[in-house]
Design a protein around this ligand. Structure first.
Ligand code: ADP
Ligand code: MG
Length: 391
């Protein structure tokens, strides 16, 4: 078992302050396992319902009465199967003394659950459980985590071949079974082709019209497909930062397959050797770096951006948090050099620091406020945002 202590602590903290906490993450990412871990450590009564189990679902035919009688911690797994329970939770959340707290688990993002959860505004907190990250698996696993990605079954598979097979199965099951269960009517083959297309433009700025013409579909249709894969947490967008600089800046998001293991499966890349010779290696490494930094810093997704001007200056990752602006560049080389683009980003965005994450062995200063740090040392060198004093 890999201990997911950081996520556990975040959830516990949210549960302390909110009567309802939603733990959201892609299928198979480890939600049920984490909830079980929290339940096992919980002092006091715990009751868990698996809403994918017809028996459990039937037992909630009268949710006001059944849930109303429970005390302590109540877990509702696969909540998307019973969206009608949200208004009930609202009533229960407002009881004096908070006799029960609810941990609800869902395989979709906030936006997909929003309809149901809107009635809970102000009483619900969300926590996203992503795939395993380097701070959870440890530096010695860096290459395996990069190749296989962070879905526990893929990462922990006995060998690379079994890991790849697990991911290919995941993709198929996700498209053929999980999405239809969520009420999605788009043919699995269409979405598979679309998802593979996204794997080819992984790390690029979203260009709906270009993708649309490849499909003979409208750009609103492909945008709908994109939103669907984002809402089910298998694709991720990084938003563009723009501000009044007197320069034209890119205003479309960048698109990433949400896990490097899935990315490599969509490209049918079985090993590190093959990955290293594949055109997607650069964008794959960049995304792995971004995820590692974001998790290490404990940054929220709404604090993360990229930045690019139409004149060609760019910054791979900008984190804006508590008045601080931290810049990150990712270079799959062992000897990164200071570029004009880095200078422009530093000045235009008034960065507090710019960290150039690279694949070499050494850390070294590159210029005032600019440091080169090996990805392999990221856990020692980058400190969580919460550890910094507010400025
Ligand atoms: N922290 C972990 N360490 C090892 N294996 C894990 C961990 N979390 C999940 N798994 C394994 O991954 C698979 C999916 O986990 P599960 O909790 O059922 O995911 P979800 O509820 O998000 O679909 C299970 O086989 C589970 O045993
Ligand atoms: Mg589950």
């Amino acid at each position: 078992m890999i201990d997911r202590a950081t996520h556990r602590q975040s959830v516990l903290q949210l549960l302390h302050w909110n009567p309802v906490v939603a733990l959201l993450g892609a299928r198979q990412v480890g939600k049920t396992t984490l909830a079980r871990d929290i339940a096992d450590r919980h002092e006091g009564p715990v009751r868990a319902f698996d809403l994918e189990d017809p028996h459990d679902l039937a037992s909630l035919a009268d949710p006001v009465r059944v849930l109303g009688e429970l005390r302590g911690l109540v877990i509702l797994d696969e909540i998307q199967n019973l969206p009608g329970v949200f208004p009930v939770l609202r009533v229960l959340a407002d009881r004096p003394g908070t006799p029960a707290r609810f941990l609800v688990l869902g395989s979709a993002s906030e936006s997909l659950l929003r309809q149901g959860s809107e009635s809970l505004a102000g009483r619900i907190a969300f926590h996203e459980l992503g795939p395993l990250s380097l701070d959870e698996t440890g530096l010695s696993t860096l290459k395996a985590l990069w190749l296989r990605g962070g879905f526990p079954r893929s990462f922990l598979a006995p060998d690379d071949e079994k890991s790849l097979r697990w991911r290919l199965d995941f993709v198929r099951t996700f498209l053929q079974r999980d999405l239809p269960q969520l009420g999605v009517r788009i043919p699995a083959a269409t979405l598979e082709r679309f998802w593979s297309m996204l794997a080819h433009v992984h790390g690029q700025v979203w260009n709906g019209s270009r993708l649309a013409s490849g499909f003979g579909a409208s750009h609103t249709t492909v945008r709908r497909w994109l939103d669907l894969l984002c809402a089910t947490l298998v694709v991720r967008l990084l938003r563009p930062w723009h501000e009044n600089l007197g320069k034209r800046q890119v205003k479309s998001p960048k698109v990433f397959v949400a896990d490097t293991g899935l990315l490599h499966a969509l490209h049918d890349i079985p090993s590190i050797e093959r990955l290293e010779g594949h055109p997607v290696v650069g964008p794959s490494w960049e995304f792995f770096g971004i995820e590692t930094v974001v998790r290490r810093l404990g940054a929220r997704r709404d604090q993360c951006y990229f930045w690019a001007t139409h004149q060609g200056a760019e910054l791979d990752l900008l984190i804006v948090a508590g008045g601080r602006r931290l810049g990150f560049e990712f270079k799959l080389t062992s000897a990164p050099r200071l570029t004009r683009s880095m200078h422009i980003a530093l000045e235009d965005l008034a960065l507090e620091s710019l960290v150039v994450i690279h694949a070499g062995p050494r850390e070294f200063p590159m210029a005032d406020r600019v440091t080169a740090i090996p990805l392999a040392r990221i856990l020692d060198m980058v400190t969580p945002l919460s550890a910094c004093k507010p400025r």
